[in-house]
Write a protein that binds this ligand. Structure first.
Ligand code: PCA
Length: 325
């Protein structure tokens, strides 16, 4: 029997016996995003609330900005039990299962209301897929709408052909391709360097990420497309949760539910606040031209169709549930 399964059984036995709390646990929690990002502030508050509710027995330390593990490693290290908890951009897992990428299809769910309905419709499938890997979903919070950052006031979508375009998941890669641009994957924290060294010259991301990266230092025009709301997800190793006492587990789950509510509100408030910060930084704020809107809508249709082919019947069921069919 491995150490992991032994501790799992011990944990399960303790829960069944309603045993007293285990000794103090220090939980390292890696996240890709930096301290200036509202998601990170939200998970720090989550950590504070868990610490308080458990009288310090569960002491979560947030390791921000890829400082403990890189974005691409976090899912694996939590699965392996190297750390008990972590945060990632959910759609980074779209290569493992298309369900993880449903929130990154342009204009499928571009408002908070629609994003919430899509999360409700897709949550059971996401949770099941995490469970199959020995992981428990704690909560998920969207970034504000994804909009374009450019060095010229593009009105004709054809003018984006040939641009080197920053991508952060497979959907942004595909979007860049469909625009005729050339995608390059760049982590959020590396955006300023990628622009200043000429690796990329355009991107699509939230006002939160744009303002945090001081996008006005390397782009001049913000086009407010708000095309989709990709989500971060916070998840724990299920064995680590099963090793908690019932009260401790309750405390974690309650703090998680509160963090989800708070995070969605923070995200909504961010949208206007951070667009104003981009403008204050010197960027020109534009609405998309009719031609650009039409092209992006078309790309959204193409990507929805491609996603449905990949995701099959279970994907169709999620879309039907989302649309209330
Ligand atoms: N910020 C992250 C993901 C989506 C967003 O708004 C990023 O740009 O990497």
């Amino acid at each position: 029997m491995t150490i992991l399964s032994r501790s799992y059984l011990l944990g399960a036995a303790l829960v069944m016996a309603g045993a007293p709390a285990l000794a103090e646990q220090n939980w390292d929690m890696p996240t890709p995003y930096g301290d200036g990002i509202f998601h990170t502030q939200n998970i720090m508050q989550f950590a504070d609330e868990v610490r308080e509710a458990t009288d310090g027995a569960i002491d979560i330390t947030v390791h921000s900005g890829n400082s403990l593990f890189g974005h691409a490693e976090i899912h694996d290290v939590v699965r392996q039990g190297v750390v008990p908890i972590g945060e990632i951009l959910l759609s980074r897992l779209a290569n493992d299962d298309p369900i993880f990428g449903v929130d990154s299809i342009p204009f499928l769910a571009a408002s908070y209301e629609d994003a919430e309905a899509l999360w409700e419709a897709s949550r059971p499938a996401v949770e099941q897929r995490f469970e199959a890997d020995g992981l428990t979903v704690l909560f998920s919070v969207p970034w504000p709408g994804q909009s374009l950052y450019l060095r010229q006031p593009v009105t004709d979508p054809a003018d984006m052909a040939g641009l080197s375009f920053r991508a952060y998941n497979v959907a942004t890669e595909r979007l860049a391709e469909l625009l005729g641009a050339t995608p390059t994957q760049i982590e959020e924290g590396d955006i300023p360097t990628a622009f200043s060294t000429g690796r990329v010259e355009a991107m699509i991301t939230s006002p939160s990420t744009g303002a945090n990266a001081r996008a006005w230092d390397f782009t001049s025009h913000y086009i407010d497309t708000q095309a989709w709301l990709p989500k971060n997800i916070v998840f724990a190793n299920s064995s680590a949760l099963q090793a908690l006492s019932e009260e401790q587990l309750d405390a974690v789950m309650q703090a998680a539910a509160a963090a989800e509510m708070r995070g969605w509100e923070m995200s909504m408030a961010e949208t206007a606040e951070k667009i104003a910060a981009l403008e204050a930084g010197g960027m020109e704020i534009m609405q998309p031209s009719e031609a650009l809107s039409a092209r992006l809508a078309e790309i959204g249709e193409v990507m929805t169709a491609e996603w449905l082919v990949e995701a099959g019947e279970s994907g169709q069921a999620v879309i039907d549930a989302f649309r209330g069919d």
